[in-house]
Design a binder for this molecule. Structure first.
Ligand SMILES: *Cc1c(COP(=O)(O)O)cnc(C)c1O
Length: 381
């Protein structure tokens, strides 16, 4: 294929038009505001390009875990509202305040630190997080009223502005999520009783936003769906009207014809059943190709579908292509949009006993990200 002969050995094509499409589609579907989650370098897609595409698709706000991730968006010139919700004990709330980064607040101490970070006359925007059963962060229910009362006071004196109240669901079952949602509504009422009634109540991430309409509230925090992947194994991207934004490709680096019995890769977990052709693919677990998928991961080479043969190594793996015509320089597709013939990230997730989130997010730094705007060619520039 033209465009691939001089391309690097490992490339992730990022279809920003797909991200934009996904956000626009999801916004129509959920009928509420969207916080596009671009933590972990935009789930491996590149945080800045993902953020720009999501905003173009109609996201009202961006979400990240760390303040550093928020500051990187600001450094790239992104001015949209950004909320960061996971803080180390020594997190730099001053830098966050200076760059108008909204803070998720999970304790009384964090609330005080946020207020202390306010500069001049501009209050720090906060989203108060209440624990509703996930067992991670969020204000303890028994502390909630005290935190909200203090937030109301700090808001009155202009140190903070309560933008939102939020929580996070476990996706254990619809019933578990409904129970957490009920606890959340109680917490919202308790907050209102002490004078905290922010515009944004939010609890749903991709799974609940799609599966539990009553959880959509004032906005939803969408991560995986923005990238065109399904939050659950029982539904495909296409079922949800989503387009996978990342295509992971490599290039055949060597081919060798071998006799029956030839061992392949470390430990000889695969041996050629008959005379065959082995193709070497120069991408490995250092690049996020899970070693756990050794002997199982699917690839497409020249329109033919094959399976990884033997162990996936740090930099490379081997494909037993039988008698197929495969040559050095041929393009290898690990995953992408299955409606265009690629294996899906979900298939790799199955092969590695994990979830599609991990497959895209762990794509490593050696893999060149190439922005494309047309998912059909993927040859890009
Ligand atoms: C990562 C994250 C999300 C996004 O989750 P998806 O399942 O990818 O949509 C939403 N909210 C919080 C608090 C998160 O940590």
């Amino acid at each position: 294929m033209s465009g691939s002969t001089h391309a690097s050995m490992r490339r992730a094509l990022i279809d920003v038009a797909a991200i934009e499409h996904n956000v626009r589609h999801l916004r129509r579907l959920v009928q509420t505001e969207v916080i596009a989650v671009v933590k972990a370098d935009g789930y491996g897609h590149g945080a800045v390009r993902a953020a720009e595409a999501a905003l173009a698709g109609g996201a009202a706000r961006l979400g990240v875990a760390d303040i550093d991730e928020a500051l990187a968006l600001r450094a790239a010139g992104i001015t949209a509202p950004v909320v960061a919700w996971l803080h180390a004990p020594d997190a730099d709330f001053r830098a966050a305040a200076a760059h108008r980064v909204e803070l998720g607040i999970s304790s009384f101490a964090q609330l005080e630190a946020a207020a202390a970070a306010a500069t001049g006359e501009s209050p720090v925007g906060v989203h108060l997080k209440v624990e509703t059963g996930l067992g991670r962060n969020g204000v303890e229910p028994r502390e909630w009223r005290r935190v909200c009362a203090e937030a109301a006071r700090l808001e009155r004196i202009g140190r903070i502005r309560v933008v939102g109240v939020f929580s996070h669901l476990s996706n254990t079952s619809i019933d578990d999520d409904r129970a957490a949602l009920a606890r959340f509504h109680e917490a919202v009422a308790d907050a209102a009783a002490v004078g905290v009634s922010p515009r944004l109540r939010h609890i749903a991430a991709s799974h609940a936003a799609l599966a539990l309409p009553e959880s959509r509230l004032d906005c939803v925090r969408l991560g995986i769906a923005v990238y065109g992947l399904s939050p659950t194994p029982d539904r495909t991207s296409a079922d949800l009207g989503l387009r996978p934004a990342m295509t992971l490709r490599s290039t055949v680096a060597a081919v060798r014809r071998v006799p029956a019995g030839q061992g392949v890769s470390y430990g000889y977990t695969h041996r050629a059943a008959a005379e065959t052709t082995l193709a070497l693919v120069p991408i490995g677990y250092a690049d996020g190709v899970p070693r756990q998928a050794s002997g199982r991961g699917p690839v497409v080479i020249g329109g033919g579908r094959f399976t990884v043969a033997g162990r996936i190594a740090m930099d490379q793996f081997v494909v037993d292509v039988g008698d197929a015509e495969v040559s050095v320089g041929d393009e290898v597709v690990l995953f992408g949009d299955p409606t265009l013939g690629a294996p899906s990230a979900a298939e790799w997730a199955d092969a590695a006993d994990t979830i599609d989130y991990e497959i895209v997010t762990r794509v490593g730094p050696r893999v060149r990200r190439i922005t494309v705007t047309d998912e059909a060619t993927g040859d890009g520039s």
